[in-house]
Design a protein around this ligand. Sequence first.
Ligand code: ADP
Ligand code: ASP
Ligand code: MG
Length: 436
Amino acid sequence: MKVLKFGGTSVGSPERMMQVADIIAGVQGKKIVVLSAVSGTTNTLVSMSDYCENEQKDEAKKVAEELHSKYHEFVKNLYKDEAYVKSNIEFIDQKFSDINNLIEERFTEQVAKMFVAQGELISTHLFTEYLSSIGKSAVLLPALDFMALDEYAEPDLKTTKVKLENLLSSLDENVIVTQGYIARNAAGGTDNLRRGGSDYTATIVGAVLKVEEVQIWTDIDGMHNNDPRLVDNTRPLAHLSFEEASELAYFGAKVLHPSCIVPAQMNEVPVRIKNTMDPEAHGTLISNETEPEKVKALAAKDHITAIKIKSNRMVMAYGFLKRVFEVFEKYRTPIDMITTSEIAVSLTIDNSDHLKEIIEEIGKYATVEVDREQAIICIVGDHIASRKGVGTAIFEAMEEIPIRMISYGGSRNNISLLVPHDYMKDSLIKLHKALF
Ligand code: ADP
Ligand code: ASP
Ligand code: MG
């Protein structure tokens, strides 16, 4: 069995959906097809939800109406058979009637989650119907029936496995379609795996079923050696190890959800990134093996907060770091980078939801300084920190750029630098020139 995930652009138009059907037909054996929402839809749903939160219901309705008519066009162009056009226009009208009811409801976090779930519910329905309209047998398995989150809103792999295996045991079809991104939370409500979460659905499904391979079909020919949105002349990487891919995803390579490699790595399920627009291209294979190259790739993660904590005593007593870490643990806030000196420790966080409480607690026994809008530049390579010359090349390239923090040697395949946001793009360009 294989898991095939298609992202927003890959299902972004009727023509693209037809092409997805061809790609699926070319893959042998049983497959679970995980789909994102049609590109742009989730952003539009988020904007509707934001309007509702700000009590601008009329604006939300206007946006809903525009999206509604876009889907009418989509349906008319997707199906040849008039009966399919008719029944799917009815489906879309029902969905937008549900969306309008959400707009009318009192806004809550739960309503926000219901809004953003609609994109995947629509795309998977339209696609399964398309397969049926061209005579291909397929079944739509609702992700909300098996994708489970725990009380901390993290994927609950055990429950997911039990539920999914149970559901699959009664299905004979070779093509099983399901929604990416959406999941059911511990309270039983509709929830999600955060933006870009369809990749995570695919690797979770692949991991719990221990499939042969997870394929992430997207709009680019694999993981590139730098962010193609910011840097020219990037190139795809044929092979990456789980660790390398995981670090690149976590530190900002948007082609993969930040956490999606973790379940695949734990269960040794290879992940292949492929290009829907160019199915013949090799793409990137992520597995236990890699090609040792001194510098493999760069990535950057934005909107990072740096926190400097200075001990009120002259030297850092033992036990000081423990007290600091306990505060972050209490507020379930992961620390990404950390550097220490004799009197201070600097660290970075991505999630600043509890920053105020964290500062207040640590402020009781230390001086705290905060720098917002920083960026982590992550340089990934094989035994990178122990290779001669890499450090010199990096620092020469960064000559004109103020570096706020450096993490060197913490892992054998990563060097990270923290720079102010405004220097992020420039850093990636300069390092690209120097290292590749
Ligand atoms: P999908 O909708 O298929 O999930 P995404 O937009 O989430 O696609 O991810 C693909 C995009 O990620 C690419 O179009 C590219 O602009 C961007 N990207 C950022 N960093 C990288 C990288 N290192 N390699 C490849 N793509 C990257
Ligand atoms: N549709 C969701 C998003 O746009 C999930 C995904 O595409 O992976 O974030
Ligand atoms: Mg994505």
